[in-house]
Design a protein around this ligand. Structure first.
Ligand SMILES: *Cc1c(COP(=O)(O)O)cnc(C)c1O
Length: 433
């Protein structure tokens, strides 16, 4: 499969797109050609496991970069967790994407990326990522013990939680957390500058595992196909997905799944009060708000989505698809809370606030235009991540799985450095030895 930048037409392989992270022109990698995967997943059924599905389809992405046996090895080593599909009634199902190490869907893309970098890379490499919240833990989990790879995780200064110190380089592992005297944007800026310093990047074989790496995004298309495979025997209605949107990676991955042949009839782009993207889907220009509004679904408090150029390029290619397949819905905090309560009362399911935004959007879209559709709601975060909040609303005790409880452990990073490229490059040189 080939990729191109959102800002140019020259193509690169999956391998190059993954190892570069971003095109040098400042755009983002998007698919330039798309494999038709129907021959694989139309014949799968509800007993097909997630790893079977991904093993069958992923060689199509990696053709020319690695052989089918290596592609299967990547899948086996990536996933020690699976998505889970639960049908609630004839109208709704939920797709639980929170069984990974940090309890959010982002674990899926990160796990696949780490395994594929290990397979594609020859020689030693250093993988850089800027992290906030639990992304660093997900990166550390996915890259731990990967052959010849050192994973450097750059944090804004402040408490760092959830990392396993035995994985750190000084304890014989391959994970290096570094703190910057600055904010998350400083971390991102330093990593971008390090990637653009060609001499430096080549000397240490630097790549990045940041959120917009296509190697993190594309694997998120797999679980849309998985939901279809699990449900197709039970439902005859048109399939719609409701997706809680922040930086729009999940929605884009769904649109790519459609390009791969997924028989889907629409996507509900569920947003909280930060809906600067809403009008865009119906053809208005994109008018980002100057600052995000704080809501009870904070991972979606984004006013300038990092996947903006991907959504925009999809729109330019297929405006009719965007208009007829993507339905924006905006859900306020009060409705989110009401939905957490009603989903518990009606279906006995516990939703975290992000998933509840998608659930509320699905319910609203369905009452407005009662179509003959079945809606799969993406549950993107584990209810235990906001246990107190969900517990207060539903009156239920929330069980906190062991691995999520460990996210609260504090750790001491190896270094605290000023927010400057020189300091960062010296720290990397020290790690590389
Ligand atoms: C990151 C995140 C989102 C937003 O997903 P995008 O792909 O950025 O749109 C939604 N819910 C949860 C729990 C998240 O962590």
């Amino acid at each position: 499969m080939l990729f191109k930048s959102t800002r140019s037409e020259s193509v690169v392989s999956f391998k190059e797109a993954i190892l570069k992270g971003c095109p040098l022109d400042g755009g983002l990698f998007v698919p330039a050609s798309v494999p038709d995967l129907r021959q694989f997943f139309l014949y799968m059924d509800s007993v097909t496991s997630y790893t079977e599905l991904v093993s069958a389809i992923s060689p199509s992405f990696l053709k020319g970069d690695i052989n089918p046996i290596a592609a299967a090895r990547v899948v086996e080593s990536a996933f020690d967790f699976e998505p889970e599909v639960q049908q609630l009634d004839e109208k709704f199902s939920i797709l639980k994407l929170y069984n990974g190490p940090t309890g959010v869907f982002k674990d899926f893309g990160i796990a696949y990326l780490a395994a594929v970098i290990e397979e594609l890379n020859n020689g030693k490499a250093i993988v850089l990522t800027a992290a906030r919240h639990d992304t660093g833990v997900s990166i550390a989990h996915a890259f731990h013990k990967r052959k010849n790879i050192t994973a450097v995780i750059l944090y804004p200064s402040g408490p760092i939680r959830g990392l396993d110190e035995s994985a750190f380089v000084q304890n014989g592992g391959n994970i290096v957390p570094i703190q910057i005297k600055g904010c998350f944007d400083d971390c991102q800026r330093i990593i971008s500058s390090a990637m653009l310093d060609r001499d430096f990047a080549e000397r240490y074989s630097i790549t990045s595992a940041n959120a917009v790496n296509i190697g993190r995004l594309l694997p998120q298309a797999f679980y849309y196909l998985y939901a279809f495979v699990k449900l197709k025997g039970n439902i005859t209605d048109d399939l719609v997905f409701s997706v809680p949107c922040g930086n729009f990676a999940n929605l884009i991955a769904g649109l790519y799944a459609w390009k791969f042949g997924l028989p889907v009839h629409g996507f509900i782009a569920a947003m909280n009060a930060n809906n600067s993207f809403g009008g865009f889907f119906s053809g208005q220009s994109f008018n980002p708000a100057p600052a995000p509004i704080v809501t009870n679904s904070p991972a979606m408090d984004v006013c300038y989505p990092s996947n903006y150029e991907r959504v925009f390029s999809f729109y330019q290619e297929s405006p009719a698809v965007m208009k007829n397949m993507v339905f924006p819905e905006v859900i306020d905090d009060a409705t989110t809370i009401k939905t957490i309560r009603s989903a518990w009362e009606k279906f006995g399911i516990l939703l975290n606030p992000h998933s509840a935004v998608a659930f509320a959007a699905a319910e609203r879209a369905f009452t407005e235009k009662d179509s003959g559709s079945h809606c799969v709601v993406l549950a993107t975060g584990h209810p235990a991540k906001t246990a107190d909040f969900v517990s207060r609303i539903t009156g239920q005790n929330i069980n906190i799985p062991q691995k999520l409880a460990m996210l609260k452990n504090m750790s001491t990073p190896a270094a605290l450095i000023p927010p400057e490229l020189d300091a960062f490059e010296s720290a990397i040189a020290a790690v590389a030895g």
